[in-house]
Design a protein around this ligand. Sequence first.
Ligand SMILES: *[C@@H]1O[C@H](CO)[C@@H](O)[C@H](O)[C@H]1NC(C)=O
Length: 300
Amino acid sequence: MEAKYLMNTLFLLLTLITNDVVGGLHITKVGVSTPLAVGESGWLECEWADDGDSIYALKWYLGLDEFYRWTPAEDPPVKTFKIRGEPLRVDASASHKGRVRIQAVTLAAAGVFRCEVSAEAPSFHTESHVAYMTVVDLPDEKPRISVPQDTYQLEEDVFLNCSSPRSQPPAELTFYVNGEQADPSWLVPQNAIAEDPAPSSHHHHHHHPPGLQTAVLGLRFTLWPRLLRRGSVVVKCTASILNLYWDSSEVAIRVDQPYHASIMEGRASSAASSSAAAGGAVTSLSQSLFVLISTCWLLH
Ligand SMILES: *[C@@H]1O[C@H](CO)[C@@H](O)[C@H](O)[C@H]1NC(C)=O
């Protein structure tokens, strides 16, 4: 009895060593489509080399939950399993071996995908590799710029916010003033606003999908005359998330200008200032002529 047990142990040890030396069944590639937007479809890919070992089963897990199994000796070879909260659906008819078509992903599908292959007897060798999927919930609307006042006075401070509503992760926001990226010292960082907590139905689930967030960025600057273009300043805000989303909004901030301000604005362009200088020269020439004529008349 004891001798037999020892023999078994030795046999197992020998098999493990053999596997290590020969290599046996092993995974050569694991990959997933990433990033995906909520509702999109994608692919999971797992490839292996058998090196003389026959594959018994290939399984895909999300976290700890198995949702796909391919067993070549069984009919049908593809089986799928529902995961609580349904973070994804598997299109079994489009899936084969380690290549799996997934559809209608939710935020709960973000995380660790694991492919596991196991060999038939006698080795039963099992190996797994992981790939990470990012799932993005895109903003509900384009970025919104809130301008508190209808009009501003020259040299007044402007403080406005740009917000990109309800996404995960929060969008990255960028301000442009008159077409150029805003001076970093004008930015007023704001915390993203948490929109809704993760639904309680996911309570005992392995994946806790993060809630949606509204990204907010403030911009504060002074309305110096050099910023004005035909009496207003154009502010643009862009929102982006990875390579999946980009959108922008633009507002013109109108400035009530007294007369001298429009002259200041005009001086910003060199054409305007050189014509003003020419006008000044003409005036002083006519003044000298007047003095000269008056002097002649007095001497006469
Ligand atoms: C900008 O957003 C912050 C934080 O949400 C808020 O406290 C502030 O009042 C907002 N300012 C404007 C001008 O909307």
